[in-house]
Design a protein around this ligand. Structure first.
Ligand code: GSH
Length: 210
């Protein structure tokens, strides 16, 4: 029987990992469809019919086709009740983390990794993005002081989303030991039942029942 969820993505993609990690931590199996970004599969008419922005991930659930990883996490939290806000204030705080991460954490982390792994940019551009990443990590480290998780006493989708952003920070050449609160929080996420790192979780090919 096909799984209730089909995830379209790339094993190299942090946003794909965010969604895969959420499904895994919720104990939800999913069918996986590999999208070859190097071949431009995300810009084909077939894929654009799934995601008008021409990006992975996409999650198909019943009649709904969803895109934008953090928005997908909001949907899954609502659907499953797991890693969800307990009240209106928590909902607001989670939203603040998701929007902040998109604004101040993802550009520096994602671009720096891209430059380390896949491209050679102008050094000034690389330096600018690295400093942006370091600034975001510094803010996150400071705000984690004295906290187990980002919102309240238990993990929420804010933690899963931000972990997804940071998961490849080593590839981006950010040394986690420089941010001790992040390091301690990382260990708490890794200890969650069902946790898996990106390359252990996402297949490199189409696979059912991941
Ligand atoms: N904000 C989006 C970002 C998605 C994104 O950047 N996806 C990248 C892979 S990590 C992609 O599809 N790149 C190919 C392209 O833009 O053509 C999300 O969170 O889903």
């Amino acid at each position: 029987m096909p799984a209730a969820f089909t995830l379209y993505g790339s094993f190299l993609s942090a946003p794909t990992y965010k969604v895969g990690l959420m499904l895994r931590l919720c104990g939800e199996a999913f069918d996986y469809r590999h999208v070859d970004l190097a071949k431009g599969q995300q810009k084909t008419p077939e894929f654009l019919a799934l995601n008008r922005y021409g990006q992975v991930p996409v999650l198909v659930h019943e009649k709904l086709t969803l895109c934008q990883s953090s928005s997908i996490l909001l949907y899954l939290a609502e659907l499953t009740g797991k890693f969800a806000a307990g009240d209106l204030e928590e909902r607001q705080r989670i939203g603040e983390w998701l929007f902040w991460a998109a604004d101040r954490l993802e550009p520096g982390l994602f671009r720096s990794r891209f430059f380390e792994r896949f491209a050679k940019p102008d050094p000034a551009v690389a330096d600018y993005m690295r400093k942006a990443g370091e600034m975001g990590l510094g803010v996150l480290d400071g705000l984690l002081e004295g906290k187990r998780f980002l919102v309240g006493e238990r993990p929420t989708i804010a933690d899963i989303a931000l972990f997804g952003v940071l998961a490849h920070m080593g590839e981006a050449k950010f040394e986690i030991a420089n941010w001790p609160q992040i390091q301690a929080w990382w260990e708490r996420i890794v200890a969650l039942p069902g946790f898996a790192l990106p390359y252990d979780l996402l297949p490199k090919f189409d696979k059912d029942g991941v």
